[in-house]
Ligand binder design. Structure first.
Ligand code: PLP
Length: 400
């Protein structure tokens, strides 16, 4: 589907057509995104918000149009609840640091899950250490299904926030975030959702979910690296101190004291990634033109096809077999280190990721060093899975 829009895929590596299955790490960018960014630098590049000159005003308009597009895409109530960040990691660091300073005290607790990406573990550990608070984690079962029913018993009067991945990057599990949010809200606890793996595979409606924070990265949704989004409910963002200080985020500065700008600028210190925001806007337009549901159905078909072919091949341990999962296949060959397998798969022209996928607690849970991960995107096709299977046969032959 739409493979031709992604010029990078039209190349041979090791004399074989490139098969790109590392989409959970980053997706490729369609021409419309690359062109929008180069057009920006060719025609209107300028610093924004501060200038009265023509280019600055055009660049500012485009940047704010991008914010508006993001707002509509996730159905946030207000443009000022959309904060541009460098990516998911920065968004979570922003909330951990800023929410933490405003609301976390000694003895308080933050609940995450055992299947988080390190980006949704380490920032919480850092702020908890600083504030004398504690991180607790919700467990998952042998299939990689979150034990959501245990959340209630983890919550205490000390719990201040729950932060959870919408979709696990290591397992592919789609978490029941609506249920998690409902449980947390019954106890007046806000919920942050790490949407890095969900945003390009599922329709996200932050008002319908009623999440308090939601974040994602542009580069995992056919947009550029260096731009991401933090959605936050105004009622929380208003009460949180700025994350960074500098230009753009102020109302008035004297040597003695600074008053801060209104949302969203309070959280956007310094020159933002204007060209990247414009690229992200185009990526959203691109996905919307195809239709998120169509993308999800296509990826689901690839997932079913890939799993069936691998089962046929045999000798494979699947890591993450939740009934509700996205187009990520994490697996190991019995008795073969994932890294050794990865080298051979690469030589067959297939890009997969091997390792712990920045989710070491997941690997510890299964007692494995890592997995091989094939993750699919809208431009992948079944013949590419056949090439992966061919590569897997070679791994079996060489190590078998
Ligand atoms: N959260 C999840 C679930 C991820 O998969 C990733 C990246 O793989 C991140 C957070 C971090 O994203 P970024 O490196 O774009 O900030």
């Amino acid at each position: 589907m739409n493979r031709k829009d992604f010029i990078i895929l039209d190349q041979k590596i090791y004399d074989r057509p490139l098969v790109y299955f590392d989409n959970a790490a980053t997706t490729q960018k369609p021409e419309i995104v690359i062109n929008a960014m180069s057009d920006y630098y060719r025609t209107i590049n300028s610093n924004i918000h501060r200038g009265v000159h023509y280019l600055s005003q055009r660049a500012t308009d485009q940047f704010e149009i991008a914010r508006q597009r993001v707002r509509a895409f996730i159905n946030a109530a207000n443009n000022h609840e959309i904060i541009f960040t460098r990516g998911t990691t920065e968004a979570i660091n922003l909330v951990a640091s800023s929410f933490g300073k405003a609301f976390l005290c000694a003895g308080d607790e933050v609940i995450i899950t055992e299947m988080e990406h390190h980006a949704n573990i380490v920032p919480w550990q850092m702020i908890c250490e600083e504030r004398g608070a504690k991180v607790k984690a919700l467990s998952f079962d042998s299939r990689g299904v979150l034990e959501a029913e245990k959340l209630e018993s983890l919550i205490t009067e000390k719990t201040k926030i729950v932060s959870i991945a919408h979709i696990s990057n290591a397992l592919g599990t789609i978490n029941p975030i609506k249920q998690i949010i409902e449980i947390a809200h019954r106890h007046d606890i806000p919920v942050m959702v790490d949407g890095a793996q969900a945003i390009s595979h599922a329709k996200v409606d932050v008002q319908e979910l009623d999440c308090d924070f939601y974040c994602f990265s542009g580069h995992k949704m056919y947009g550029p690296m260096g731009i991401g989004v933090l959605y936050g409910k105004e009622k929380w963002l208003d009460k949180m101190p700025p994350y960074q200080g500098g230009g753009e985020m102020i109302k008035k500065v004297t040597i003695e004291k600074t008053t801060y700008a209104d949302l969203p600028f309070k959280f956007e210190a310094g020159t933002p990634a204007v060209g990247d925001a414009i690229g992200l806007e185009k990526a959203i337009e691109y996905m919307e033109n195809i239709g998120i549901e169509k993308i999800a159905n296509h990826e689901e078909e690839l997932l079913q096809y890939g799993v069936a072919k691998m089962q046929e091949l045999g000798g494979i341990d699947f890591v993450g077999t939740a009934p509700d999962k996205t187009a990520i296949i994490s697996f190991n060959f019995k008795g073969i280190h994932p890294y050794d397998a990865g080298v051979i798969i690469d030589r067959m022209g297939v890009a997969v990721r091997t390792g712990h996928h920045c989710a070491q607690p997941v690997m510890d849970h299964f007692g494995i060093p890592g997995t091989i991960r094939a993750s699919f995107a809208l431009y992948n096709e079944k013949w590419e899975i056949d090439m992966l299977i061919e590569a897997l046969k070679k791994v079996k032959m060489m190590f078998g």
